[in-house]
Write a protein that binds this ligand. Structure first.
Ligand code: TYD
Length: 136
């Protein structure tokens, strides 16, 4: 099912004691899909904007485990910008969320969990095609 509402940042629990902090990402709990792939984006220059795509099938969860960045989202109905500036904030991207990441801090490590193996055919990189597939 493709949701109408645009994705929200979800606050994760921080488990802490006098040794430090720990946050959990668990399949079918904070992550609402089976995790098939993990990658991370880092050492992105501050002026760089990347992403510029949506998917047919892939769902993703984004967490800045270090530093911060912003994400522009467009689900063909609504658009918004979100700030990921804490390892306790996760953004779940649905397949129909066109996304662009920008304003990376120099220490940003953006962790991405994905529901599908890497498949270039699952990418929609052309914005007009995105509107054709997901626009009303
Ligand atoms: P790309 O999709 O351009 O990154 P972004 O969406 O952040 O702008 O990916 C960069 C390169 O890495 C590109 O050559 C494809 C490759 N890649 C993989 O091989 N496997 C993966 O899981 C991902 C996400 C990218």
């Amino acid at each position: 099912m493709i949701p109408f509402e645009i994705s929200e940042v979800i606050e994760l629990h921080e488990l802490g004691d006098d040794r430090g902090l720990l946050t959990v990402l668990e399949q079918n709990d904070s992550i609402p899909f089976e995790i098939k792939r993990v990658f991370y984006i880092y050492k992105t220059l501050p002026e760089i904007r990347r992403g510029f795509h949506a998917h047919y099938k892939t769902r993703q969860a984004l967490v800045c485990v270090s530093g911060k960045c912003k994400v522009f989202l467009d689900n063909a109905t609504r658009k918004k910008d979100v700030l990921l500036d804490s390892p306790t904030k996760v953004l779940i991207l649905e397949p129909n969320d066109w996304h662009e990441m920008y304003d990376f801090s120099s220490d940003c490590v953006l962790l991405v969990l994905a529901s599908q193996l890497y498949d270039p055919q699952d990418y929609i990189r052309d914005y007009d095609k995105f509107l054709e597939v997901y626009g009303k």
